[in-house]
Design a protein around this ligand. Structure first.
Ligand SMILES: NC(=O)c1ccc[n+]([C@@H]2O[C@H](COP(=O)([O-])OP(=O)(O)OC[C@H]3O[C@@H](n4cnc5c(N)ncnc54)[C@H](OP(=O)(O)O)[C@@H]3O)[C@@H](O)[C@H]2O)c1
Length: 305
């Protein structure tokens, strides 16, 4: 299968491209500002905001499937660059989804747990959305644009952790880097999430792309925990001092863009559709640790051009 991954230098896109390549997919990644050296898959540089050029390049590759990971994925960047964020996160997904539908190409769009306001928790796909930040609003608009353009598309609401190209993109790297250096950090006790280890998320997305499922799926861990508990588990698994993590309430401090507190999403729908459970957070942290022992973070860093 010929797979096109947008955002292939990002935390999800890079891990996904590598997992897909390992599984035998013919992968082409799209990058933008950063390039890779020595990646085992083809990478081309395209600004998705130039949608005409981007569509021409993607059509030339004739992918069987597109997994659209590219986005302005940082809440504070989204707040600072509103117009660009709306264009990239809200409008481009619909343009790509429409083209994929015309070409008969499978389209899987990556969205976020942050489409919910975090008041209720235990969210299922049919729960009403209520995004709080510009980032979250733009991502919800992106979902709607995809659904309007392409009834066959899959929309995966995700949240994940893992090793990245920069070594500092994910929350697990935030805890790892500070704790390894013996530096104290804050851990939010009132911010709940259900993160999947990124390579497990990648494998699940590749499973989904092979089905004829359509619509919204919560592709998250079945477990919920606070960001404080997540940091503590990372400390324990890597043998760092969990006492370096100071428990505080995220709602008590100013953190720029508005953030939803209880983002526990339920993966029941995707688990039923695929016929198996998604991994727990501890299983994911074990894999994070195992990949560190294997030198995977250094391998990723070596790809940075
Ligand atoms: N990280 C999380 O826990 C999380 C949680 C929920 C949802 N998500 C969603 O998951 C997806 C991936 O997130 P991530 O954390 O992997 O993001 P990331 O590490 O910030 O990567 C974003 C990717 O988008 C690319 N990009 C940005 N502007 C572009 C443009 N104009 N044209 C083409 N490509 C462009 C970047 O390319 P360059 O590097 O070349 O600029 C990069 O490859 C996003 O849809 C995000 O909303 C992430």
């Amino acid at each position: 299968m010929r797979l096109l991954v947008t955002g292939a230098t990002g935390l999800l896109g890079l891990n996904l491209s590598l997992v897909a390549n390992e599984q035998g997919y013919v992968v082409t990644g799209l990058a933008h500002a950063r390039m890779l050296q020595g990646a085992p898959f083809e990478l081309i540089s395209i600004d998705l905001l130039n949608s005409k050029d981007a569509l021409k390049a993607i059509e030339a590759f004739r992918p069987d499937a597109i997994i659209h990971c590219a986005a302005i994925a940082n809440m504070d960047t989204a707040r600072a660059k509103t117009n660009m964020t709306i264009q990239l996160n809200a409008e481009i997904p619909g343009i790509l989804a429409d083209a994929a539908d015309r070409w008969g190409t499978r389209f899987l769009h990556i969205s976020t747990d942050a489409v919910f306001d975090g008041r209720k928790g235990d969210y299922v796909e049919s729960d009403p959305t209520n995004p709080l930040s510009i980032y979250a609003c733009s991502k919800l608009a992106g979902e709607r644009a995809v659904q309007d353009a392409n009834p066959h598309a899959i929309i995966a609401r995700v949240v994940f952790f893992g090793w990245s190209l920069s070594g500092s993109r994910s929350l697990s790297e935030f805890f790892f880097n500070h704790l390894k250096a013996g530096e104290p950090v804050k851990g939010f006790t009132d911010t709940l999430f259900s993160p999947l280890y990124v390579e497990d998320l990648a494998s699940t997305l590749l499973e989904l792309v092979k089905t004829d499922l359509a619509g919204v799926f919560h592709v998250v861990s079945p477990e919920k925990l606070s960001k404080y508990a997540f940091g503590t588990r990372i400390a324990k698994r890597f043998g760092f001092d969990p006492g370096l993590i100071k428990p505080i309430r995220g709602s008590d401090i100013e953190r720029g863009a508005s953030r939803s507190l209880n983002l526990h999403l339920r993966p029941d729908k995707v688990q039923a559709a695929l016929g198996h459970a998604l991994p727990s957070v501890d299983v994911g942290i074990d894999k994070l640790y195992q990949r560190w022992e294997e030198g995977y973070p250094n391998f990723l860093k070596s790809l940075a051009a």
